[in-house]
Design a protein around this ligand. Sequence first.
Ligand SMILES: Nc1ncnc2c1ncn2[C@@H]1O[C@H](COP(=O)(O)OP(=O)(O)OP(=O)(O)O)[C@@H](O)[C@H]1O
Ligand SMILES: [Mg+2]
Length: 262
Amino acid sequence: MPADQYSVLGEAPGPEELKKLSSDDVHLTIKNLNAGYGKMVILHDFNLFIGKAQSLCLIGPNGAGKSTILHSIYGFTNITDGVIKMGENNITHFSPNEKLKHAGVAYILQDASIFPAMTVEENMLMGGFLMQKPSQAREAAERVLAKYPRLAERRNQNAGVLSGGERRLLEISRALIMEPDVLLVDEPSIGLEPRYIEMVFEILDDLQHNEGKTIIMVEQNAKKGLEFADIGYVLVSGQLAIAGSGDELLQNPEVGRLFLGG
Ligand SMILES: Nc1ncnc2c1ncn2[C@@H]1O[C@H](COP(=O)(O)OP(=O)(O)OP(=O)(O)O)[C@@H](O)[C@H]1O
Ligand SMILES: [Mg+2]
């Protein structure tokens, strides 16, 4: 779609409006972020506010910069301006390892990231590579496996034999090893059959509502993502175009026309 298709979207909401969508207990804040890869700036003056144990879904056309927002939070981009904070803690220039170890941020990749020739259990242990002792990673893996019997049953099988849905479960489980507070999830439903899509969203729902995780996701399936999330942001050409509660965006006629196929 040509970019001018989105020009109808009008004035982007400012930080004050975005803050109102967050709960009072603001967990993660992005202010005036400019970020990209090398010299190429992708995100322009981007703001985001999300409260503890809330969920936020980013939608928008291909190449809009959705994954780049997650990359920036996790420390994969070149940040030229702006601030990223966890609570009062400035984490803008933390490396990915520091994010995972000291800031409680975990990133679940858009592309398949499991090691097919390793067992389910070995894949899980990889999630604990930053832990001081192997025994800590083992304990953590047991804790997560106890939660997901479906994975525990297959712990000694090669991850390569898992179904698409089980692989996604393994990717999420591996990220839980470090007990993160914030989960960055890129396209959880991509490539999955409908029944597995349901399963993945149920898992994320449990992590948010029963374990208090804060979830920031990108979802190409805008309907599913907005039904799931408390907050929805529409990103176009590296800039925020629309924001609202998930329900508000589902009702928004422009969002419907451009992203919900209606
Ligand atoms: N590692 C990288 N190095 C250089 N440019 C990149 C890199 N990753 C993404 N880009 C560029 O940044 C822009 C935004 O890409 P991004 O992956 O954030 O989009 P997206 O909204 O997630 O798209 P999609 O829906 O296709 O996943 C694109 O022009 C892309 O080519
Ligand atoms: Mg992407």
